[in-house]
Design a binder for this molecule. Structure first.
Ligand code: UD1
Length: 428
């Protein structure tokens, strides 16, 4: 398994291009199931999770043509043409779903267009139990008959789905997206109350609208969808990845450097900008994106709680904790979205961080410096927080289990090395 080796202490300077959002691209790909015509997606990131979703859709019979290869620096996958004209299966098998929870997003589209779907239950996950009960309850409200049998969700709607008023008791990104896609082909009007407002949900709504869906309220907590008999083909560019953007902002901040993040948009990461500003980090808009720098000497500790968008994203919590580990004073980081999302804490502590977890909060007391250690993590954002810590640690940090990083960060080590980081991938 590959490892990443970092020799810390180099301030980062330069420009980093930010890719398309993984968490948007996966749902947009699933949306191709809603139409027999071709959906063209551009600005797709080149990531393992995207390949997993492509395998899943191909398994269902979606034809996928990739535009890439040499012209894209060897990356076969910046643009996909997805055509779901001949679906050969409505089963999402365990082997693919277990690799990636987002596979469950094929449920709503399959059910809406074909009246049936069989999707493996995603099962446990490193960041808490993460059930899909709210997806299922909402689809049942739209008339689906749902059984759980032998580890599979078996859903049927032989006469099609019917519009309904669904009130989500908690904000769920995936639940909102599954239901939104299902509602575009349901009979009548669907209202989703307490819908997720994440930019990726709005991106999906924009793509569905381009495919002929009628959707109002994207970006608010109430979505109104009037179902259509069918959707048509469209072309859509994936929104920029706000988590990749925020992660590199912290890379600039933690190393005391200055990075221009190309394609970055402040409005997508306002809560991160506000928090980091309080910690002593500066953000400026540039013609190509945004510039992040730490001009003042020290970083200050701040208190942050993760919340649904537009609050501080849970997917940035681990990276912020790495930053707070070397800030002056104490900070309290509270995780309100997922249980068990502090797996990076023991690893950061092995690098010399002073962090105590009390329930869903972590108290971070900033230390003068971190020291290198061999570390590993069991999830994507936890892994990248260890890379960020390695960028300032004294000595050589070895991050194991790099496959987590490859699920969400395209060419991470190349992008950091191009800005002066001493980082390399060791293939084993
Ligand atoms: C998505 C993102 C993930 C991000 C998360 C929250 C993708 C592929 N993943 O995950 O990176 O961290 O949003 O911003 O886009 N819940 C239930 N029952 C359900 C569904 C959710 O109890 O049926 C709970 C979850 O356990 C969690 C909370 O609701 O505590 C939010 O989860 P949700 O927003 O659904 O996260 P995902 O869509 O899985």
């Amino acid at each position: 398994m590959d490892k990443i080796v970092i020799r810390g202490g180099k301030p980062l300077h330069g420009a980093i291009p930010i890719g398309g959002a993984k968490n948007s691209a996966l749902k947009l790909m699933a949306a191709s199931l809603l139409s027999p015509e071709t959906l063209t997606l551009t600005n797709l990131p080149h990531l393992v999770d995207i390949t997993t979703m492509a395998h899943l859709l191909a398994e269902l019979g979606v034809r996928i043509a990739m535009d890439g290869s040499a012209a894209n620096g060897g990356h076969a996958g910046r643009a996909f043409n997805l055509t779901a004209d001949t679906i050969t299966s409505t089963t999402a098998p365990y082997d693919l779903v277990r690799k990636m929870r987002a596979s469950v997003l094929v449920l709503g589209p399959l059910l809406a267009r074909f009246g049936e779907a069989r999707v493996s239950l995603p099962g446990g996950c490193a960041i808490g139990t993460r059930p899909v009960d709210l997806h299922l309850k909402a689809l049942a409200q739209m008339g689906a008959e749902i059984d759980l049998r032998e580890g599979y969700i078996e859903a049927k709607a032989p006469n099609g789905l019917k519009g309904a008023h669904v009130i989500f008791p908690v904000v769920t990104v995936g639940g909102t997206e599954n239901l939104l896609m299902a509602a575009t082909l349901a009979e009548g009007e669907t209202i989703i109350t307490n819908a997720a407002r994440e930019p990726e949900v709005s991106d999906l709504a924009a793509c569905l609208t381009a495919m002929g869906a009628q959707i109002e309220g994207a970006g608010t907590d109430t979505l109104r969808i009037v179902g259509r008999r069918e959707l048509h083909g469209a072309e859509h560019a994936v929104i920029v990845d706000r988590i990749e953007l925020g992660t590199y902002a912290i890379a600039a901040a933690i190393t005391g450097g200055s990075l221009e993040l190309l394609g970055g948009r402040l409005d997508l990461i306002q809560a991160v900008v506000d928090a980091l500003h309080g910690a002593g980090v500066d953000f400026d808009e540039t013609p190509g994106g945004i510039r992040v720098s730490r001009t003042r000497n020290g970083l200050r500790g701040i208190d942050v709680m993760t919340e649904p968008y537009p609050g501080f994203p849970t997917d940035m919590q681990a990276q912020l904790m790495a930053l707070m580990s070397v800030a002056e004073g104490a900070s309290m980081i509270t995780e309100s979205i997922f249980e068990n999302r502090f797996m990076h804490v023991p690893e950061l502590c092995r690098m010399g961080a002073n962090i105590n977890v009390h329930g869903s909060s972590a108290i971070v007391r900033g230390v003068d410096h971190l020291s290198s250690a061999p570390v590993m993590a069991t999830d994507l954002r936890a892994s990248v927080s260890l890379v960020l810590a390695g960028l300032v640690a004294r000595g050589e940090t070895m991050v194991n289990r790099v496959y987590h990083l490859d699920r969400g960060y395209e060419r991470l080590e190349d992008k950091l090395a191009a800005c002066g980081a001493d980082i390399e991938r060791v293939r084993t």
